[in-house]
Write a protein that binds this ligand. Sequence first.
Ligand code: AMP
Length: 115
Amino acid sequence: MTDTIFGQIVRGEVSAELIYQDELVTAFRDIQPQAPTHILIVPNDPVPTLADVTESDEPTLGRMIRVASNLAEKDYIDKEGYRLIINCRDHGGQEVYHLHLHLLGGRPLGKMLPN
Ligand code: AMP
């Protein structure tokens, strides 16, 4: 399995603004935030893309979403609302091939896709 910058962040080999870590997932702030809150939640064991997940990843995927919800509350964006995004492969615009969930909020995010 290919290693990426996110694997290095999970293992503490590369610094990031880490905000949460447990036995399944790690969360840190995006280096190029697209909104006042822009957090990435990644599985500790790398899966390249959403298209590669299997049944054994289901607990981790559930944890990623629950951690996103908890972090939204901690960043005070839960009342106004926020958006979760997973980009998958080329057409999805994925740049880093270590599955990650974007948590975005803190301003109106507009339509989901440009017209
Ligand atoms: P995606 O296009 O879904 O693969 O998103 C990759 C995201 O990772 C982008 O929003 C980048 O800004 C972010 N990113 C890349 N390198 C780092 C890093 N070292 N620390 C934090 N975020 C990063």
